[in-house]
Design a protein around this ligand. Structure first.
Ligand SMILES: C[S@@+](CC[C@H](N)C(=O)[O-])C[C@H]1O[C@@H](n2cnc3c(N)ncnc32)[C@H](O)[C@@H]1O
Length: 233
């Protein structure tokens, strides 16, 4: 682990409890869909947090193998405890189907992934790569564990977005493209993520801020985050 202090922040301070209680499956699924067909694939959720995207891929995407990796033990404990089934569109836990795929929750560092080369057909990373202390090395690891011809999606913030996390790499669409292509990956498509739900919580100041960001983000160069679809040639 390169930075124990960072991990400590996520283990002790980050709002994983709120994330576990308030999933946003529509927002996650919009990004997951950019991976193309998921059925029967080996799927990695890199920086999975409390694991909602991992569960969606397993339940709705019917992947053959689902792995959620994060370096925070707090996140993984919540992930393992959360309802097994992906939530329904209104955010309630769905039913667990008989064809459920077992999920492996792995505690590991995104900068030194504990998997051999070419282990996965699909890699997904929502709001995590930008928090790695060496983003270029993170994309290098993503590229290493993805098989040739495999697809990945990363959701990353525009240059003006700020959260309360200690490390946050922000860039324009062009900046992200350059960084990703240097890792040997091809950018196949870039679309926009509108940001957190406006009524994610009931604090009036936060609601007003999220409304403002939604307006600003309706202009393509000012999208809140980029959903970047990638392919390993
Ligand atoms: C903003 S949260 C996003 C979590 C999840 N993807 C989601 O959509 O809710 C960032 C995540 O990245 C994880 N993370 C940050 N640096 C990491 C690293 N070097 N290795 C593995 N996970 C890391 C954090 O523990 C946290 O779960």
């Amino acid at each position: 682990m390169r930075d124990a202090g960072l991990r400590e922040f996520y283990d002790r301070t980050y709002h994983f409890g709120e994330d576990a209680d308030r999933p946003n499956p529509d927002r996650l699924w919009r990004a997951l869909r950019e991976l193309g067909p998921l059925e029967g694939t080996r799927f990695l959720d890199l920086g999975c947090g409390v694991g909602w995207a991992t569960r969606l891929a397993a339940e709705r995407g019917q992947v053959a193998q689902a792995v959620g990796l994060d370096f925070s033990r707090t996140a993984l404990a919540l992930a393992a405890r959360a309802p097994r089934a992906a939530p329904t569109a209104d955010g309630r836990a769905g039913r667990t189907g008989p064809a459920s795929v077992p999920i492996a929750w792995v505690c590991g560092d995104g900068l030194a992934l504990p998997f051999p080369d070419d282990s996965f057909d699909r890699v997904f990373s929502f709001g995590s790569m930008e928090h790695f202390p060496d983003v270029a090395a993170g994309f290098g690891e993503l590229a290493r564990v993805l098989r040739r011809g495999g697809c990945a999606v990363t959701v990353v913030p525009n240059f003006y977005v700020r959260t309360a996390q200690p490390v946050e790499h922000r860039a324009t669409a062009r900046g992200w493209r350059t960084l990703i292509e240097r890792a040997g990956l091809q950018v196949t498509r870039m679309t926009g993520d509108p940001g957190p739900a406006i009524f994610k919580n009931r604090r009036p100041g936060r609601i007003a801020l999220r409304l403002g960001l939604r307006l600003v983000g309706s202009l393509p160069p000012l999208r809140y985050q980029f959903i970047v679809a990638l392919r390993k040639p």
